[in-house]
Design a protein around this ligand. Sequence first.
Ligand code: LLP
Length: 415
Amino acid sequence: MNPFIKKNAVLHAENVALSDIAQSYSTPCYVYSKSALTNAYTNFSRGFIGCDHLVCFAVKANPSLAILNLFASLGAGFDIVSGGELARVLTAGGDPRKIVFSGVGKTEQEMEAALDADILCFNVESESELRRLNQVAEKMGKVAPISLRVNPNVDAKTHPYISTGLKNNKFGVAYEEALNIYSQAAAMKNIAIHGVDCHIGSQITELSPFLDAFDRVLALVDALAQRNIHIQHIDAGGGIGICYNGETPPAFDVFAKAMREKLGARKIKLIFEPGRALVGNAGLLLTKVEYLKHTETKNFAIVDAAMNDLMRPALYDAYHDIQPVQPRIGDSLVYEIVGPVCESGDFLGHDRELALEEGDLLAIMSAGAYGMSMASNYNTRPRAAEVMVDGDQCHLIRKREVIADLFSSEIVLPP
Ligand code: LLP
Protein backbone atom coordinates (compact mmCIF):
# COMPACT_ATOMS: atom_id res chain seq x y z
CA MET A 1 0.00 0.00 0.00
CA ASN A 2 1.30 3.44 -0.93
CA PRO A 3 2.00 5.35 2.30
CA PHE A 4 2.02 8.68 0.45
CA ILE A 5 -1.47 9.51 -0.74
CA LYS A 6 -3.61 12.59 -1.13
CA LYS A 7 -6.27 13.26 1.47
CA ASN A 8 -8.41 16.38 1.12
CA ALA A 9 -6.19 17.37 -1.79
CA VAL A 10 -3.04 17.41 0.36
CA LEU A 11 -0.30 14.81 0.03
CA HIS A 12 0.13 12.91 3.29
CA ALA A 13 2.70 10.55 4.74
CA GLU A 14 0.45 7.98 6.40
CA ASN A 15 -1.94 10.27 8.34
CA VAL A 16 0.24 13.35 8.53
CA ALA A 17 -0.03 16.15 5.96
CA LEU A 18 3.33 16.94 4.38
CA SER A 19 2.45 20.63 4.73
CA ASP A 20 2.33 20.14 8.52
CA ILE A 21 5.71 18.41 8.42
CA ALA A 22 7.19 21.32 6.46
CA GLN A 23 5.72 23.72 9.00
CA SER A 24 7.17 21.83 11.98
CA TYR A 25 10.55 20.78 10.62
CA SER A 26 11.11 23.14 7.68
CA THR A 27 12.53 22.03 4.32
CA PRO A 28 14.39 20.27 2.77
CA CYS A 29 13.37 17.31 4.85
CA TYR A 30 13.40 13.57 4.28
CA VAL A 31 10.16 11.90 5.31
CA TYR A 32 9.87 8.15 5.88
CA SER A 33 6.84 5.99 6.52
CA LYS A 34 7.30 3.48 9.31
CA SER A 35 4.57 1.21 7.96
CA ALA A 36 6.11 1.21 4.48
CA LEU A 37 9.51 0.25 5.93
CA THR A 38 7.96 -2.48 8.05
CA ASN A 39 5.85 -3.83 5.20
CA ALA A 40 8.79 -3.92 2.81
CA TYR A 41 10.87 -5.93 5.27
CA THR A 42 8.09 -8.36 6.20
CA ASN A 43 6.98 -8.82 2.58
CA PHE A 44 10.53 -9.57 1.53
CA SER A 45 11.18 -12.13 4.25
CA ARG A 46 7.70 -13.68 4.03
CA GLY A 47 8.61 -15.43 0.78
CA PHE A 48 11.34 -17.34 2.58
CA ILE A 49 9.32 -18.57 5.56
CA GLY A 50 10.01 -22.25 6.05
CA CYS A 51 13.44 -21.92 4.50
CA ASP A 52 16.48 -21.06 6.61
CA HIS A 53 17.19 -17.46 5.65
CA LEU A 54 18.43 -14.08 6.82
CA VAL A 55 17.60 -10.69 5.35
CA CYS A 56 20.56 -8.37 5.85
CA PHE A 57 19.53 -4.80 5.11
CA ALA A 58 22.26 -3.07 3.06
CA VAL A 59 23.06 -0.20 5.42
CA LYS A 60 24.50 1.99 2.66
CA ALA A 61 21.00 2.50 1.25
CA ASN A 62 19.90 4.33 4.39
CA PRO A 63 22.05 4.26 7.53
CA SER A 64 19.73 6.27 9.78
CA LEU A 65 19.90 4.83 13.30
CA ALA A 66 16.12 4.92 13.63
CA ILE A 67 15.69 2.90 10.45
CA LEU A 68 18.39 0.39 11.42
CA ASN A 69 16.78 0.08 14.84
CA LEU A 70 13.38 -0.57 13.26
CA PHE A 71 14.77 -3.31 11.02
CA ALA A 72 16.73 -4.81 13.93
CA SER A 73 13.51 -5.00 15.95
CA LEU A 74 11.91 -6.89 13.05
CA GLY A 75 14.71 -9.45 13.17
CA ALA A 76 16.81 -8.16 10.28
CA GLY A 77 20.51 -8.65 9.86
CA PHE A 78 22.73 -6.08 8.16
CA ASP A 79 25.13 -5.88 5.24
CA ILE A 80 27.88 -3.40 6.05
CA VAL A 81 30.78 -2.04 4.02
CA SER A 82 32.79 -0.08 6.56
CA GLY A 83 33.79 0.22 10.20
CA GLY A 84 31.48 3.21 10.32
CA GLU A 85 28.50 1.13 9.26
CA LEU A 86 29.49 -1.55 11.79
CA ALA A 87 29.44 1.05 14.56
CA ARG A 88 26.08 2.36 13.38
CA VAL A 89 24.48 -1.08 13.37
CA LEU A 90 25.81 -1.87 16.84
CA THR A 91 24.68 1.53 18.14
CA ALA A 92 21.23 0.95 16.63
CA GLY A 93 20.91 -2.36 18.50
CA GLY A 94 21.65 -4.67 15.57
CA ASP A 95 22.75 -8.22 16.36
CA PRO A 96 26.45 -8.63 15.41
CA ARG A 97 25.78 -12.31 14.70
CA LYS A 98 23.55 -11.17 11.84
CA ILE A 99 26.10 -8.88 10.18
CA VAL A 100 27.82 -9.63 6.90
CA PHE A 101 30.73 -7.41 5.91
CA SER A 102 31.09 -6.67 2.18
CA GLY A 103 33.44 -4.31 0.37
CA VAL A 104 36.66 -4.46 -1.63
CA GLY A 105 38.87 -2.39 0.65
CA LYS A 106 38.49 -3.52 4.25
CA THR A 107 41.29 -2.09 6.39
CA GLU A 108 43.03 -3.97 9.20
CA GLN A 109 41.27 -1.81 11.77
CA GLU A 110 37.90 -2.59 10.21
CA MET A 111 38.69 -6.31 10.23
CA GLU A 112 39.71 -6.10 13.89
CA ALA A 113 36.53 -4.27 14.85
CA ALA A 114 34.38 -6.81 13.02
CA LEU A 115 36.25 -9.78 14.52
CA ASP A 116 35.93 -8.17 17.91
CA ALA A 117 32.18 -7.82 17.42
CA ASP A 118 31.97 -11.46 16.33
CA ILE A 119 30.08 -10.80 13.10
CA LEU A 120 28.43 -13.55 11.08
CA CYS A 121 30.61 -13.40 7.99
CA PHE A 122 33.21 -11.51 6.00
CA ASN A 123 32.40 -11.35 2.30
CA VAL A 124 35.95 -11.53 1.01
CA GLU A 125 36.59 -9.87 -2.33
CA SER A 126 40.20 -10.79 -3.22
CA GLU A 127 43.05 -13.19 -2.46
CA SER A 128 45.01 -10.42 -0.78
CA GLU A 129 42.11 -9.60 1.48
CA LEU A 130 41.81 -13.26 2.41
CA ARG A 131 45.49 -13.40 3.38
CA ARG A 132 45.23 -10.20 5.36
CA LEU A 133 42.13 -11.37 7.18
CA ASN A 134 43.87 -14.62 8.09
CA GLN A 135 46.79 -12.64 9.54
CA VAL A 136 44.59 -10.24 11.47
CA ALA A 137 42.53 -13.11 12.89
CA GLU A 138 45.70 -14.98 13.85
CA LYS A 139 47.02 -11.93 15.69
CA MET A 140 43.76 -11.71 17.61
CA GLY A 141 43.58 -15.46 18.28
CA LYS A 142 40.33 -15.68 16.33
CA VAL A 143 38.94 -17.59 13.37
CA ALA A 144 37.32 -15.41 10.73
CA PRO A 145 34.14 -16.77 9.10
CA ILE A 146 34.21 -16.08 5.36
CA SER A 147 32.34 -16.20 2.11
CA LEU A 148 34.09 -15.48 -1.12
CA ARG A 149 32.31 -12.93 -3.25
CA VAL A 150 32.33 -14.47 -6.68
CA ASN A 151 31.76 -12.54 -9.79
CA PRO A 152 29.38 -14.61 -11.89
CA ASN A 153 29.90 -12.45 -14.97
CA VAL A 154 26.24 -11.88 -15.69
CA ASP A 155 24.84 -8.70 -17.11
CA ALA A 156 22.45 -7.16 -14.58
CA LYS A 157 21.09 -4.87 -17.31
CA THR A 158 21.22 -1.82 -15.10
CA HIS A 159 23.04 1.52 -15.09
CA PRO A 160 26.78 0.89 -15.65
CA TYR A 161 27.69 2.79 -12.44
CA ILE A 162 25.63 0.37 -10.34
CA SER A 163 26.38 -2.87 -12.18
CA THR A 164 28.86 -4.98 -10.25
CA GLY A 165 28.74 -8.54 -11.55
CA LEU A 166 30.62 -8.17 -14.83
CA LYS A 167 34.17 -9.36 -15.43
CA ASN A 168 35.48 -5.82 -15.72
CA ASN A 169 34.07 -4.65 -12.36
CA LYS A 170 36.33 -4.20 -9.35
CA PHE A 171 34.14 -6.44 -7.19
CA GLY A 172 34.58 -10.05 -6.15
CA VAL A 173 36.87 -12.72 -7.52
CA ALA A 174 36.59 -14.18 -11.00
CA TYR A 175 34.29 -17.16 -11.10
CA GLU A 176 36.99 -19.27 -12.71
CA GLU A 177 39.41 -18.57 -9.85
CA ALA A 178 36.97 -19.23 -7.04
CA LEU A 179 37.70 -22.95 -6.57
CA ASN A 180 41.41 -22.28 -6.30
CA ILE A 181 40.94 -19.49 -3.74
CA TYR A 182 38.53 -21.60 -1.71
CA SER A 183 41.19 -24.33 -1.57
CA GLN A 184 43.70 -21.78 -0.29
CA ALA A 185 41.17 -20.57 2.29
CA ALA A 186 40.53 -24.12 3.43
CA ALA A 187 44.24 -24.43 4.28
CA MET A 188 44.35 -21.23 6.34
CA LYS A 189 44.29 -21.80 10.08
CA ASN A 190 42.41 -18.65 11.02
CA ILE A 191 39.81 -18.76 8.28
CA ALA A 192 36.59 -20.77 8.39
CA ILE A 193 34.70 -21.15 5.13
CA HIS A 194 31.00 -20.48 5.70
CA GLY A 195 29.51 -19.40 2.44
CA VAL A 196 29.52 -18.20 -1.12
CA ASP A 197 28.52 -14.63 -1.84
CA CYS A 198 27.51 -12.78 -4.96
CA HIS A 199 26.03 -9.38 -5.78
CA ILE A 200 25.57 -8.38 -9.39
CA GLY A 201 24.31 -4.83 -9.20
CA SER A 202 21.53 -2.55 -8.10
CA GLN A 203 18.12 -1.42 -9.41
CA ILE A 204 17.76 -4.66 -11.35
CA THR A 205 14.24 -4.89 -12.73
CA GLU A 206 14.31 -8.33 -14.32
CA LEU A 207 14.35 -11.70 -12.65
CA SER A 208 16.62 -13.47 -15.13
CA PRO A 209 19.99 -11.92 -14.06
CA PHE A 210 19.37 -13.04 -10.46
CA LEU A 211 18.54 -16.56 -11.59
CA ASP A 212 21.51 -16.76 -13.96
CA ALA A 213 23.84 -15.63 -11.19
CA PHE A 214 22.26 -18.03 -8.70
CA ASP A 215 22.70 -20.93 -11.14
CA ARG A 216 26.41 -20.16 -11.37
CA VAL A 217 26.72 -19.87 -7.59
CA LEU A 218 24.91 -23.19 -7.09
CA ALA A 219 27.22 -24.88 -9.60
CA LEU A 220 30.17 -23.56 -7.57
CA VAL A 221 28.62 -24.77 -4.30
CA ASP A 222 28.20 -28.23 -5.81
CA ALA A 223 31.77 -28.23 -7.13
CA LEU A 224 33.04 -27.22 -3.68
CA ALA A 225 31.07 -30.04 -2.06
CA GLN A 226 32.87 -32.47 -4.36
CA ARG A 227 36.12 -31.12 -2.94
CA ASN A 228 34.82 -31.63 0.55
CA ILE A 229 34.22 -27.95 1.16
CA HIS A 230 30.69 -27.73 2.49
CA ILE A 231 28.94 -24.40 2.32
CA GLN A 232 26.52 -23.37 5.08
CA HIS A 233 25.04 -20.35 3.40
CA ILE A 234 24.67 -18.61 0.07
CA ASP A 235 24.54 -14.84 0.15
CA ALA A 236 22.67 -13.89 -3.01
CA GLY A 237 23.31 -10.18 -2.54
CA GLY A 238 20.85 -7.34 -3.05
CA GLY A 239 19.85 -5.49 -6.14
CA ILE A 240 16.10 -5.90 -6.56
CA GLY A 241 14.88 -2.74 -8.19
CA ILE A 242 11.93 -0.54 -7.31
CA CYS A 243 9.43 1.38 -9.38
CA TYR A 244 10.62 4.95 -9.92
CA ASN A 245 8.85 5.55 -13.21
CA GLY A 246 6.83 2.61 -14.46
CA GLU A 247 9.50 -0.08 -14.03
CA THR A 248 8.11 -3.48 -13.11
CA PRO A 249 10.71 -5.21 -10.91
CA PRO A 250 10.04 -8.79 -9.87
CA ALA A 251 7.57 -9.03 -6.98
CA PHE A 252 9.16 -10.29 -3.76
CA ASP A 253 7.08 -13.49 -3.71
CA VAL A 254 7.95 -14.29 -7.34
CA PHE A 255 11.63 -13.70 -6.59
CA ALA A 256 11.50 -15.87 -3.47
CA LYS A 257 9.68 -18.71 -5.19
CA ALA A 258 12.13 -18.77 -8.08
CA MET A 259 15.19 -18.73 -5.78
CA ARG A 260 13.77 -21.46 -3.55
CA GLU A 261 13.02 -23.65 -6.56
CA LYS A 262 16.60 -23.32 -7.76
CA LEU A 263 18.00 -24.07 -4.31
CA GLY A 264 16.06 -27.33 -4.34
CA ALA A 265 16.75 -29.81 -1.57
CA ARG A 266 20.16 -28.37 -0.65
CA LYS A 267 20.36 -27.70 3.09
CA ILE A 268 21.84 -24.26 2.79
CA LYS A 269 20.81 -21.02 4.46
CA LEU A 270 19.91 -18.17 2.11
CA ILE A 271 21.13 -14.67 2.91
CA PHE A 272 20.00 -11.58 1.03
CA GLU A 273 21.32 -8.02 1.15
CA PRO A 274 18.48 -5.83 -0.09
CA GLY A 275 18.86 -2.10 0.34
CA ARG A 276 16.77 -0.08 -2.07
CA ALA A 277 13.89 -2.57 -2.12
CA LEU A 278 13.32 -2.10 1.63
CA VAL A 279 13.60 1.68 1.87
CA GLY A 280 13.41 3.31 -1.58
CA ASN A 281 9.67 3.81 -1.83
CA ALA A 282 9.27 4.35 1.91
CA GLY A 283 10.83 7.80 1.78
CA LEU A 284 10.49 11.13 0.00
CA LEU A 285 12.31 14.42 0.02
CA LEU A 286 10.12 17.39 0.87
CA THR A 287 11.24 20.69 -0.62
CA LYS A 288 9.93 24.22 -1.12
CA VAL A 289 9.89 26.25 -4.31
CA GLU A 290 12.02 29.32 -3.63
CA TYR A 291 11.83 30.99 -7.03
CA LEU A 292 10.19 30.58 -10.39
CA LYS A 293 12.31 31.81 -13.25
CA HIS A 294 11.19 31.96 -16.85
CA THR A 295 13.80 32.26 -19.59
CA GLU A 296 13.40 32.29 -23.34
CA THR A 297 13.70 28.54 -23.59
CA LYS A 298 13.00 27.10 -20.14
CA ASN A 299 10.95 27.52 -17.01
CA PHE A 300 12.90 26.85 -13.86
CA ALA A 301 11.50 26.02 -10.44
CA ILE A 302 14.37 26.66 -8.05
CA VAL A 303 13.74 24.61 -4.93
CA ASP A 304 15.52 24.52 -1.58
CA ALA A 305 16.76 20.93 -2.02
CA ALA A 306 19.70 20.30 -4.28
CA MET A 307 22.13 17.72 -5.64
CA ASN A 308 23.88 17.70 -2.26
CA ASP A 309 20.62 16.45 -0.69
CA LEU A 310 19.68 13.99 -3.44
CA MET A 311 22.53 13.18 -5.74
CA ARG A 312 20.92 10.47 -7.84
CA PRO A 313 19.55 12.67 -10.66
CA ALA A 314 22.88 14.49 -11.10
CA LEU A 315 25.00 11.36 -10.79
CA TYR A 316 22.99 8.75 -12.69
CA ASP A 317 20.48 10.89 -14.54
CA ALA A 318 18.02 9.04 -12.30
CA TYR A 319 14.32 9.79 -12.50
CA HIS A 320 12.32 10.66 -9.39
CA ASP A 321 8.64 11.44 -9.62
CA ILE A 322 7.88 14.95 -8.33
CA GLN A 323 4.48 15.68 -6.86
CA PRO A 324 3.00 18.93 -5.61
CA VAL A 325 1.96 18.66 -1.96
CA GLN A 326 -1.13 20.82 -2.61
CA PRO A 327 -1.84 20.73 -6.34
CA ARG A 328 -3.06 24.02 -7.80
CA ILE A 329 -5.88 24.44 -10.20
CA GLY A 330 -4.56 26.59 -12.99
CA ASP A 331 -2.32 26.63 -15.98
CA SER A 332 0.62 24.32 -15.76
CA LEU A 333 4.00 24.84 -17.35
CA VAL A 334 6.85 22.49 -18.13
CA TYR A 335 9.53 23.05 -15.50
CA GLU A 336 13.11 22.16 -14.85
CA ILE A 337 13.18 21.42 -11.12
CA VAL A 338 16.60 22.60 -9.97
CA GLY A 339 18.47 23.30 -6.75
CA PRO A 340 20.53 26.30 -5.63
CA VAL A 341 23.93 24.60 -6.07
CA CYS A 342 26.27 26.27 -8.52
CA GLU A 343 26.38 23.52 -11.13
CA SER A 344 24.26 23.01 -14.21
CA GLY A 345 24.07 19.36 -13.22
CA ASP A 346 22.16 20.36 -10.09
CA PHE A 347 18.70 19.22 -11.10
CA LEU A 348 16.09 17.04 -9.46
CA GLY A 349 13.85 16.59 -12.48
CA HIS A 350 13.58 17.64 -16.11
CA ASP A 351 10.46 18.61 -18.01
CA ARG A 352 7.88 18.29 -15.26
CA GLU A 353 4.46 19.66 -16.03
CA LEU A 354 3.23 21.48 -12.94
CA ALA A 355 1.15 24.46 -11.88
CA LEU A 356 3.41 26.21 -9.40
CA GLU A 357 3.80 29.34 -7.33
CA GLU A 358 6.71 30.40 -5.20
CA GLY A 359 6.43 28.94 -1.72
CA ASP A 360 4.74 25.72 -2.94
CA LEU A 361 5.88 22.42 -1.52
CA LEU A 362 7.03 19.55 -3.71
CA ALA A 363 7.64 15.92 -2.81
CA ILE A 364 10.51 14.19 -4.57
CA MET A 365 9.30 10.61 -4.46
CA SER A 366 11.14 7.29 -4.02
CA ALA A 367 13.99 9.00 -2.20
CA GLY A 368 14.31 6.62 0.75
CA ALA A 369 17.30 4.76 -0.71
CA TYR A 370 20.64 6.40 -1.52
CA GLY A 371 19.15 9.81 -0.78
CA MET A 372 20.29 10.95 2.63
CA SER A 373 23.06 8.32 2.61
CA MET A 374 24.73 10.05 -0.35
CA ALA A 375 24.02 13.59 0.80
CA SER A 376 26.97 15.92 1.16
CA ASN A 377 27.75 19.42 2.38
CA TYR A 378 28.68 20.69 -1.07
CA ASN A 379 28.30 24.47 -1.28
CA THR A 380 28.48 24.41 2.55
CA ARG A 381 24.87 23.38 2.75
CA PRO A 382 23.74 21.76 6.01
CA ARG A 383 22.20 18.36 5.47
CA ALA A 384 18.42 18.02 5.69
CA ALA A 385 16.37 16.92 8.68
CA GLU A 386 14.83 13.43 8.63
CA VAL A 387 11.49 12.49 10.11
CA MET A 388 9.64 9.22 10.47
CA VAL A 389 5.87 9.12 10.34
CA ASP A 390 4.01 6.45 12.25
CA GLY A 391 0.25 6.69 11.74
CA ASP A 392 -0.64 10.19 12.90
CA GLN A 393 2.62 10.71 14.77
CA CYS A 394 5.68 12.33 13.30
CA HIS A 395 9.10 11.83 14.89
CA LEU A 396 12.29 13.72 14.18
CA ILE A 397 14.98 11.06 13.60
CA ARG A 398 17.79 13.41 12.58
CA LYS A 399 18.11 17.07 13.33
CA ARG A 400 18.88 19.41 10.49
CA GLU A 401 22.59 20.24 10.53
CA VAL A 402 23.44 23.77 11.55
CA ILE A 403 26.02 25.77 9.65
CA ALA A 404 28.45 25.82 12.59
CA ASP A 405 28.51 21.97 12.46
CA LEU A 406 29.97 22.12 9.01
CA PHE A 407 33.31 23.63 9.94
CA SER A 408 33.52 22.73 13.62
CA SER A 409 36.38 20.29 12.98
CA GLU A 410 38.39 22.60 10.72
CA ILE A 411 41.53 24.37 11.81
CA VAL A 412 42.61 27.86 10.78
CA LEU A 413 46.40 28.05 10.70
CA PRO A 414 48.15 30.82 12.68
CA PRO A 415 49.73 33.52 10.50
N1 LLP B 1 25.18 -5.71 -1.32
C1 LLP B 1 26.27 -5.16 -1.89
C2 LLP B 1 27.55 -5.85 -1.80
C3 LLP B 1 26.16 -3.93 -2.57
O1 LLP B 1 27.22 -3.40 -3.15
C4 LLP B 1 24.90 -3.28 -2.62
C5 LLP B 1 24.75 -1.98 -3.30
C6 LLP B 1 23.80 -3.89 -1.99
C7 LLP B 1 23.98 -5.11 -1.35
C8 LLP B 1 22.44 -3.28 -1.99
O2 LLP B 1 21.93 -3.14 -3.26
P1 LLP B 1 20.40 -2.70 -3.46
O3 LLP B 1 19.53 -3.80 -2.93
O4 LLP B 1 20.20 -1.45 -2.71
O5 LLP B 1 20.26 -2.52 -4.92
N2 LLP B 1 23.97 4.70 -5.19
C9 LLP B 1 23.33 3.89 -6.19
C10 LLP B 1 23.24 2.44 -5.76
C11 LLP B 1 24.57 1.83 -5.43
C12 LLP B 1 24.47 0.42 -4.96
C13 LLP B 1 25.76 -0.08 -4.44
N3 LLP B 1 25.72 -1.40 -3.89
C14 LLP B 1 21.95 4.47 -6.51
O6 LLP B 1 21.59 5.49 -5.94
O7 LLP B 1 21.24 3.95 -7.37
